[in-house]
Design a protein around this ligand. Structure first.
Ligand code: ATP
Length: 445
């Protein structure tokens, strides 16, 4: 069956698969769950780490002009005053007095009608700040209030000089960070798409004002290449939403990279020209200079910043939607009795399990396990001995394992194994000694 991206039951199927196979489930479910919070199970964790590692390698490790940072979730509260989050980071919300549903006004088709029950008995819209509040130290009063970061980038601005001095970087250069962010979203929904706790992968690139639009275009291209070449999203699954002249007062340009989710187009990433806004604000609020001394021109100025900001959880959700497939016809080709299969067609580099080693019989466990132990030194691997081989293939298809390595009785004599491809279901016999090399080539390391 062809994938139908507009099919809303796809979200239900995915949510259920994610729970059943240990990708993602509700946090604190035994207590009834907590809205907007999700746990990643074993396969979800492996996928998440692979996505983060891919981004880190693409954005930080393979570039000499981007450095890494791992800052705290809680910063000095003044950081959020300076960034404007305490004053302005909010949404307008309204409550329905009839059905008690709460809505974000900007997400309502008709701001006078409850999207849940159709009633017009709504409260006046009021501002709702999305910052999550906590207290630092033993006294729970306003003097000790602090906030969980609403985005990972503000600490990057705060640490700009520390990183610059420590690494002797000169403009242009960037600082990247992966970490948790928290927003008290009014209406968490669409599975992990809008969560209250989520992870971001952000990079702030500092440059001279006169070069900034070139860098903006450069990063826009780089990020699109990431989605197309690394995550294998197709042209009709991603699009650019340019903000045009709907810009923050300090911004010169901004765009969203959107993905076609089953519930419609949704933002995956923002690429923003932030001007000198953030560093200027922190200079003003802290009293510390955020200026950069440029030796070439013998002048001091506040660098201009281009930001790329993507949510890890939305990326994973997009990968899951993109990967999900059901095929009946192909199963018949393999000559199995099973009624079709569910398959997650993840790119092999990102699959939570990249190779599954399956001894045909329990009697073959020992020699097969030896191969498994070799393979797992190089790839994310799993050893599965229970159930018929057909069932085991289906299990691996369902979690997106690109390659299964089957060890049968002939393997004892000819030292060969069968390599089965998830997508084509083609099987080839290869020497057990070559398996690491073959997998390396196929997975693309
Ligand atoms: P939205 O308009 O969807 O609320 P945003 O424009 O506020 O998103 P940014 O502040 O630009 O988002 O954050 C950068 C990225 O962080 C987003 O593109 C998205 O991938 C991710 N993100 C933001 N809010 C959430 C959330 N509540 N849950 C999951 N990911 C999020």
């Amino acid at each position: 069956m062809a994938r139908d991206k507009s099919n809303n039951t796809l979200m239900e199927k995915l949510t259920s698969l994610c729970k059943r196979r240990g990708f993602i489930f509700h946090s604190s479910e035994i207590y009834g769950g907590i809205n907007g919070f999700w746990d990643y199970g074993p396969y979800g964790t492996a996928l998440k780490r692979a996505v983060e590692q891919l981004w880190w390698s693409y954005m930080v490790e393979t570039r000499s002009n981007v450095e890494g940072l791992d800052s705290t979730v809680i910063c000095h509260p003044k950081v959020w005053q300076a960034s404007g989050h305490l004053d302005k980071f909010g949404d307008m919300m309204t409550d329905c007095k009839e059905c008690k549903a709460r809505h974000r006004v900007d997400q309502m088709e008709d701001s006078k009608k409850c999207p849940n029950c159709g009633s017009d008995n709504l409260t006046e819209p009021r501002e709702f700040n999305l910052m999550m509040k906590t207290f630092v130290g033993p006294v729970f009063d306003e003097d000790h209030a602090a906030y969980l970061r609403a985005e990972t980038c503000q600490p990057i601005f705060i640490d700009f000089h520390h990183v610059r001095v420590a690494t002797r970087q000169k403009l242009p250069f960037g600082i990247g960070q992966i970490g948790k962010a928290f927003r008290n979203e009014i209406n968490p929904r669409n599975f992990t798409f809008r969560s209250r706790e989520f992870s971001q992968m952000e990079m702030e690139f500092f440059c001279k004002e006169e070069e900034s639009m070139e860098w903006y275009e450069y990063w826009k291209e780089e990020r699109i290449n990431f989605y197309k070449n690394e995550l294998k999203f197709k042209d009709d699954e991603i699009r650019i939403h340019d903000h045009g002249d709907q810009l923050a007062h300090y911004a010169k340009a901004a765009l969203d990279i959107e993905f076609l989710f089953p519930f419609g187009w949704g933002e995956l990433e923002g690429v923003h020209h932030r001007g000198t806004w953030d560093l200027t604000q922190h200079q003003e609020f802290s009293g510390e200079s955020m200026e950069y001394f440029d030796q070439e021109s013998n002048s001091k100025f506040i660098p201009t910043c281009i930001e790329t900001s993507v949510g890890v959880d939305r990326t994973i959700l997009a990968l899951l939607c993109n990967a999900y497939d059901e095929d009946k016809a192909e199963t018949k080709k393999e000559g199995k009795a099973e009624d079709g299969r569910v398959v997650l067609r993840f790119p092999a580099k990102l699959a939570p399990v990249q190779a599954a080693i399956l001894p045909l019989s329990k009697k073959l466990a020992d020699p097969a396990e030896k191969i498994y132990k070799d393979i797992r030194k190089h790839f994310r691997a799993e050893f599965d001995i229970t159930g018929s081989i057909g069932k085991r293939y289906r299990r691996q298809d369902e979690i997106g394992t690109p390659y299964c390595v089957t060890f049968d009785f002939d393997s004892l004599d000819d030292n060969s194994v069968t390599l089965r491809d998830r997508d084509t279901m083609a099987q080839e016999r290869i020497s057990a000694d070559k398996i690491i090399d073959v997998l390396r080539e196929k997975i693309g390391y």
